[in-house]
Design a protein around this ligand. Sequence first.
Ligand code: SAH
Length: 395
Amino acid sequence: MIPRVVLKPKRAQPFFGRHPWVFAGALDRVEGTPADGDEVELFSTAGHFIARGLYNSRSKIRVRLYSWAEGVALNRAFFQRRLEEAIALRHNILHLNAPDAGYRICFSESDYLSGLIIDRYADWLAVQFTALGLAQRRFMISEILCELLSPRGLYLRTEKGIGRLEGVELRDELLWGEPPPSDLSIADNGLRLLVNLPEGHKTGYYLDQRDNRHVVARLCAGQRVLDAFCYSGGFSLFAAQAGAAEVRGIDASETALQLARRNAEVNGFSNITWVNADVFHELAELVARGEKFGVVILDPPKFARNRAAVPEAMKGYRRLHQLALKLLERDGILVSCCCTGLITMVELEELLAQVAVEARRDVQILQRRGAAADHPVAVTCPETGYLKCLISRVI
Ligand code: SAH
């Protein structure tokens, strides 16, 4: 018999509502002796079946749920079906599968596969496991991916801190096939972008901003553009392609800027200046020098990983917006990105309102955006809608 995890009274509602994370505090008891990574069935106090998931005594997320259908085993066929559904979105609905394309094949809870991220960069796949249960099944998952997508290589990327959170020890390495070449690149709306799959941030490139870059670029023609937190140059390069007069990309990581410089070279852009600096410091310098820009893009990293860190994170966002407003010309465009899931769109807009009033500038939101469609939001797991991107006119 499959071990049963029984919830405390009144704790079942979120899981009938198909949220996939069962935290330790919701558990009343475990019937049977599941090993970490084993299949378990989740039951309410009243004895109703809720869902099936994978158990992990070492994680605060004691059970991750994958199926709400009774009697469905979480076996190879199950994971293959889930992956086929994820691939169908990207290939049959979004048509992202051009030969050299870069896109997210599977985004964890967004694709009902909590703890599994797969990105495709041309002929290579980057795979990331953030759940022990799926990390244990990595060779099975690799096999399915090889069958479904025929990549040349499959590379495992790990996220810092996951080892401790999930009790799983993995390191970055080739899982299957050939290692990616050092000049691995993808084609994205007319540009060629280098991707550092083995060592870059996330899995090598920020795919979630794909559509936002193109929308922002259309507002950059003829403008002086400031791209704060530019990483490998995503927003800067598309701004240059769209005819920006001049672009300045700022990042504190020299390896990111090396990639950005190569990207500018490969695509033939000579009007982008790359600045290795702390953004807070550099923006204050630019303000002090009286510099002005037509477009300012703020795309900082995640500032808060837990609730306790949110007030400090808000201070950071506030400071960035205060500086940005000082740098924007009349009728300038402000792009405020926030990938901190614990801060909502409403909170970001409230912050923008406060900063605007303080600076005595009128700010009109032109677009409220999220991540690109290959990073869908599962309605039953609101945490999957982490990225906010506000595009505003600053009068
Ligand atoms: N806009 C990028 C993604 C940005 S990711 C794109 O479109 O691809 C966030 C970046 O912020 C990382 O490259 C990181 O190196 C950089 N970073 C983090 N803190 C910083 C700071 N205080 N000053 C400058 N850069 C910083």
